[in-house]
Design a binder for this molecule. Structure first.
Ligand code: B12
Length: 212
């Protein structure tokens, strides 16, 4: 692995915000912004998850690493959104009720924006009624829900059921994602699509809306 990539991953894992900021700026002299996301930030946060799982990291360490990851993402975000064409469609995104994880959802938002979508990001801990209202207010073509915890994942299905009840489900395509989510799970709750990462989120969004 490239030495700088390795050092950046390590700095994210250790939560070193100023080092991450400096290294990201340096890396961008030679590295594509998207590579910072896919080759540095995503794998580093994956390793943070492993460290948490095996009891080496606790919540404070995860939080510090997340802050460092966000520092890198903050730098690349405007670059990913550059070269933007006119918005092709509107998408509402958010992390479901009870869930505070937003790094993956932010990556999906950024990539969709970069691909020319207008993104309405509702943030974290979003209840079903807020998703529904935002879709109606923005006449959204697509809605994306993110969930990172097995106990919050069912909120995606709850939201879809609420959309059906209020009679607006057919007006909008729904995609779901997040580390514990699978294609089968997405189908079982009645979502239209699933993607395991931000790049594929763009591809599936375009496909569902017939934009390819
Ligand atoms: C960082 C982190 C935190 C941070 C979050 C900071 C933030 N601002 O997001 C903090 C410290 C706050 C946190 C808190 C908690 N966390 Co946490 N956290 C993580 C960690 C390490 C990384 C998540 C991450 O950012 N990954 C990197 C991004 C890039 O990946 P991603 O989110 O999967 O997103 C990608 C894809 O999934 C997809 N995607 C994501 N969303 C969407 C949406 C759509 C529509 C689509 C199409 C695709 C898509 O595209 C993304 C980009 O490629 C994970 C471990 C892991 N491996 O996931 C644990 C993890 C999710 N956390 C976990 C836990 C248990 C918790 C806590 C309950 C801990 C506690 N005891 O308090 C709390 C819960 C708080 C809450 N109510 O939400 C567990 C969940 C276990 C489970 N089975 O449910 C995990 C898996 C850790 C573990 N191995 O045990 N956490």
């Amino acid at each position: 692995m490239d030495k700088l990539v390795e050092q950046m991953q390590e700095a994210i894992i250790q939560g070193q915000v100023s080092e991450v900021t400096a290294m990201t700026n340096k890396a961008l002299e030679t590295m594509a912004p998207l590579d910072v996301v896919t080759k540095v930030v995503a794998p580093a946060m994956g390793r943070v998850g492993d460290l948490y799982s095996c009891g080496e990291f606790y919540v404070p360490e995860m939080l510090l690493a997340a802050r460092a990851a966000k520092a890198a993402l903050g730098i690349v975000k405007p670059m990913l959104a550059k070269g933007n064409v006119k918005p092709m469609a509107t998408v509402v995104v958010g992390t479901v009720r009870g869930d505070l994880h937003d790094i993956g959802k932010n990556l999906v938002s950024m990539m969709l924006e970069g691909a020319g979508f207008q993104v309405v990001d509702l943030g974290i801990d979003v209840p079903p009624e807020k998703f529904i209202q935002a879709v109606l207010d923005n006449k959204a073509d697509l809605m994306g829900m993110s969930a990172l915890i097995s106990t919050t994942m069912p909120q995606m299905g709850v939201t879809i059921k609420e959309m059906e009840k209020s009679g607006m489900r057919k007006q909008v395509k729904v995609i779901v994602g997040g580390a514990p989510v699978t294609d089968d799970y997405a189908k079982s709750i009645g979502a239209d699509g699933f993607a395991p990462d931000a790049a594929q989120a763009v591809a599936i969004s375009k496909r569902l809306l017939g934009l390819n």
